[in-house]
Structures are given as C-alpha cells and as structure tokens.
Ligand binder design. Structure first.
Ligand SMILES: [Fe+2]
Length: 382
C-alpha cells in the first residue's frame, strides 16, 4: 500500500486502509473505490492523507459508508503536488501503536509493564527520522488519522523526537525523550473511563481527577526501572505551563524539564489537529496559530519557534486566498516564518484566471497575507 496526500487522490483509486474518525467511527472502508465525491468530502473534513492500493482493482468494489454529510462538488487546483513520502513507515507506526496498547493493558491489569518492545520501536523511529531529516521537517504531514488513543501517543512521540532532532539532541537523549513522550499519558489508565469518555463538560471534581493522570503516570513510570527519571518527568510535567499556570504543581519555565516542554507542544498540537475531523475542523495552520499564540504563556517561546519553523502549515501546492481577493498556489515555504510563503497568483481579485501569474514572496509584502487555505475547503464562489 502507498500513502498519498488527499490532493493527489483520484477517482478509481482503491482505499487500502480504513479511514476512522477519532471516536472510532468508520468514515471509509478498506477496499472503497474512490469517487470524486468521496475525495471532495475527505477534503472538506480535513483528512490529509489516505492509503491506497498500488494497483487499480475495480473487480470487487466495496462501497464507502455514508457518514459524511453530502455536499456540493468541490474543485480545487491540484497542480504542483507530489506524493508524500512516508516519514515514518506505516508498519513502524502499527508496531508502535501495538507496543503502547500492550503497555496500557498491563497497567490496567495492574501488572508490571515491559518497555523492551517500545524501546526497540523508538530506536526504529529515531533512525527513520534521522534518515529522513530532509523531509521530517514537515511536521504537518506527520500526524495520521487513526485509532486515536494509541495513534495520539505515537504522533506525540514522533513530533517530540523530530523536535529533539532539530534541537541537536544525541541519540541517548532522543531515546529518553521518545519513551517519555510515548508514555506521557499512561496515568489515564488509572482514571475511571466514565470520566475520560464523558462527552459533556466536566465538573470541577471530575477535572481534578483527570489532572491526577500526571502524578499517577509519573508514579507508574518511576516505579519501572527501565524508565529514566527524566523520561518519567514528562508524564508529571507535560501539562505544566511556561508561566506557571499549569498543573499538577503550577511550576514555571525554570523548573520544567526541557523534554516536558517539547512534549507539551506536541501533545496540544496533535490533540488540536485530531479534532478537525469531528466538529470544528481545526486544520494544521489553525492549530499552529493557536500554538504560536500560546508561546510565551503556555509554551516555552524558543521551543515554540522551533516547532513552528519546522511545521509546513501551508504546504507547497496548496491553493490559498489572499487578503487582496486573489487566489494563488504556494510555491515556496519560508522556514523562518511559515505564515509568509511565496505564492504564485492563479486568479485575480475579480475571479479571472491568470496564466503565468506573478510570484509574490509574502516576506517582501507585509500588507499581503494568506486569508485561508482553500485546498481543504469549499471554494467560496462555487
Ligand atoms: Fe496528558
């Protein structure tokens, strides 16, 4: 199977892996033959990538499950797109998810958990990210929509290790950071499921109980001799804030371990982008704006800047609307300031298509900015 960006999906391609929502609801079945209607709906729901069969196989089409709301046809410009390389291969992700699942089951059963498998997977992830470091910078591509409970842990682990690589960490530190990030939320296994799964707002008492997952997780990890003290600290500190407004202890930047500062950002970013399929359609660039706005308050500003610099919030090839009313395609991303990419104009403000439009570097045009990405959304004039 092959993972491709949704904007490269074409009718008649066959889905090779089920696409689930965060609540475990099946959006599209494995074996579904894609139609333009399905592709457009996946766009609208912000699904970034899909797995497809390498060969077309139309002999036994399987229908998708009609859970997405029918919408009008969406047309988007798909020039400048290339298949996404898998930064971390699917098989390694699955192994990682399985390792987390087994550890969580052991914890739930009250038995001592083993980390050998998880540590072996983390080694593979580190090697993969180092090998692919030229593309691993594209953090926005890292997250995969899947079984949320375990994929969230794996996504956070991959985000954290990537950030550690950007920070020049040694392999020893990457391993510590990786295992702590993978197991940052294990304390939740000790919180009653009724509270964890509650849909409505939490009472103050329930929230106090949820907060305990940090201390409980720290105890679980500290009791395990295979986990180093700094890795265990991640479970305790990943909800602490730069300005001291977090929990459980309300410590501030100077007392929070650097690993925990990294995981705090990775955790929130992944949780925000995970929500997009369900309700508020939080897209990577919207999540990034929240992360940027939280730098200096919730998050350490230096690590926030690093994270933002490596997150391609407007991927090359995205169609965007500028505040001038023009439409363009992102042709280059400015690493230092990803909100100011280079845009090739394809439509003027009156909606007239332009051949060979001008290329505008938004770094040089401070009054021009991207209003919105329309590759993932219905075009307003349709
Ligand atoms: Fe947490």
């Amino acid at each position: 199977m092959k993972r491709i960006a949704i904007y490269n999906a074409k009718p008649d391609m066959v889905i090779a892996k089920e696409i689930y929502g965060r609540n475990g609801r099946l959006l599209l079945n494995k074996g579904t033959v894609l139609t333009q209607k399905w592709i457009d709906k996946l766009y609208l729901y912000g699904v970034p990538t899909v797995y497809i069969e390498p060969e077309r196989n139309l002999s036994e089409p399987v229908r998708g499950i009609e859970v997405l709301t029918p919408g009008r046809e969406l047309t988007t410009d798909r020039r400048c797109r290339e298949d996404l390389p898998d930064i971390v291969p699917h098989i390694i992700r699955e192994e990682a998810e399985q390792a987390v699942r087994e550890i969580m089951q052991d914890i739930k059963a009250g038995s001592l958990f083993k980390t050998k498998k998880a540590r072996a997977i983390i080694e593979k992830i580190i090697n993969q990210l180092i090998k692919n470091r030229h593309i691993a910078g594209k953090l926005a591509d890292i997250r995969i929509l899947d079984d949320y409970t375990f994929s969230h842990s794996v996504n956070v682990c991959i985000f954290a290790i990537s950030t550690g690589i950007f920070m020049g960490y040694s392999k020893i530190r990457l391993r510590e950071l990786g295992i702590g990030a993978l197991l940052h939320d294990v304390g939740k296994m000790k919180i009653p499921e009724a509270i964890l799964q509650k849909c409505g707002p939490l009472t103050e008492r329930e929230f106090e109980q949820i907060k305990k997952h940090t201390v409980l997780g720290y105890q679980l990890l500290s009791d395990n001799r295979e986990i180093t003290p700094n890795a265990a600290l991640i479970a305790l500190q990943h909800h602490e804030c730069y300005n001291g407004s977090g929990y459980p202890r309300g410590i501030d930047n100077k007392d929070i371990h650097e690993y925990s500062k990294i995981v705090a950002i990775a955790d929130v970013y992944d949780a925000l982008t995970a929500d997009r399929v369900y309700k508020n359609a939080i897209l990577p660039y919207e999540a990034m704006e929240i992360i940027i706005a939280s730098g200096g308050y919730q998050f350490n500003p230096k690590i926030t800047r690093l994270f933002v610099e490596h997150c391609e919030i407007y991927p090359v090839g995205s169609t965007v609307e500028l505040n001038t009313g023009e439409y363009g395609i992102i042709t280059d991303v400015n690493r230092a300031l990803p909100t100011r990419p280079t845009v090739k104009i394809i439509k003027d403000a009156q909606g007239n298509e332009i051949d060979n439009g001008a290329e505008i570097n938004l770094m040089e045009k401070p009054t021009v900015f991207v209003n919105t990405i329309i590759s993932f959304r219905r075009m307003p004039y349709l």
